[in-house]
Design a protein. Structure first.
Length: 222
């Protein structure tokens, strides 16, 4: 398999996602902090469309919300490529087409972040045309059905990673630059044209780090 991303709901429960094998997403879970992994049963693994897969640029296209009903993890995933979808794996599997740029191997969703367990954001675009700032970001609310909305001002190009710094402050990065938002993702401001692949807030404390190609690292400074 080729593994794209993993996420832990807590110190012991985690999930890893990999590109499709025979048309089904590779998904495995751990309940002991990564010591042992169990492949999800074949019937519980999502079936992908032709040309649909998962981007590994930032390793953030998966959110593990933890065990629900004592059975399995509740998962959120976003795919890209020729098809870009929002997957919600709970007591049953649901998927929705994402209103993002798609149709090519270089397009679609790259990263998902959630604020609490109800609201979140998905980000991506076209990494082969990384300065295009349309259809590269969408906000979502976990409801039945899931609802999507576009921000009033989008990030300034393809972005491979997005994360919450606080409930309302977010940061997103990609090969064409770094953006921040102070209103929950509704408006985005470009703060750097330096390219990075991943941005994350420290698990303890308030530091925000970025990493990119050729060993490039940075720290967000207020």
């Amino acid at each position: 398999m080729f593994l794209d991303a993993f996420d832990f709901a807590n110190e012991m429960e985690g999930t890893v996602v990999g590109d499709p094998i025979n048309g089904k997403v590779f998904l495995a879970t751990t309940r002991d902090g990564g010591e042992h992994w169990t492949l999800l049963p074949d019937e519980k693994r999502p079936v992908t469309a032709e040309g649909e897969a998962f981007f590994a640029a930032s390793g953030t296209n998966l959110v593990d919300l933890g065990i629900k009903n004592g059975i399995e993890s509740s998962l959120l995933m976003v795919s890209g490529g020729k098809k870009s979808k929002f997957w919600h794996l709970d007591s049953h599997l649901k998927s929705d087409s994402l209103p993002l740029t798609q149709g090519l191997e270089s397009t679609g969703a790259n990263s998902i972040a959630i604020n609490g367990k109800k609201e979140g954001i998905v980000i991506g675009g076209d990494f082969s045309k990384d300065s295009i700032a349309t259809n590269n970001c969408v906000l979502f609310r976990l409801s039945d059905p899931i609802t999507f909305s576009f921000p009033k001002t989008s990030p300034h190009g393809y972005r491979s990673c997005v994360t919450y710094i606080t409930d309302k402050n977010l940061i997103a990065c990609g090969t064409s630059g770094v953006d921040i938002s102070s209103d929950g993702g509704q408006h985005w401001t470009l703060i750097s044209k330096q390219g990075f692949h991943v941005c994350q807030k420290a698990k303890k404390g308030t530091a925000v780090f970025l990493a990119g190609g050729h060993g490039r690292v940075a720290v967000l400074v207020e």
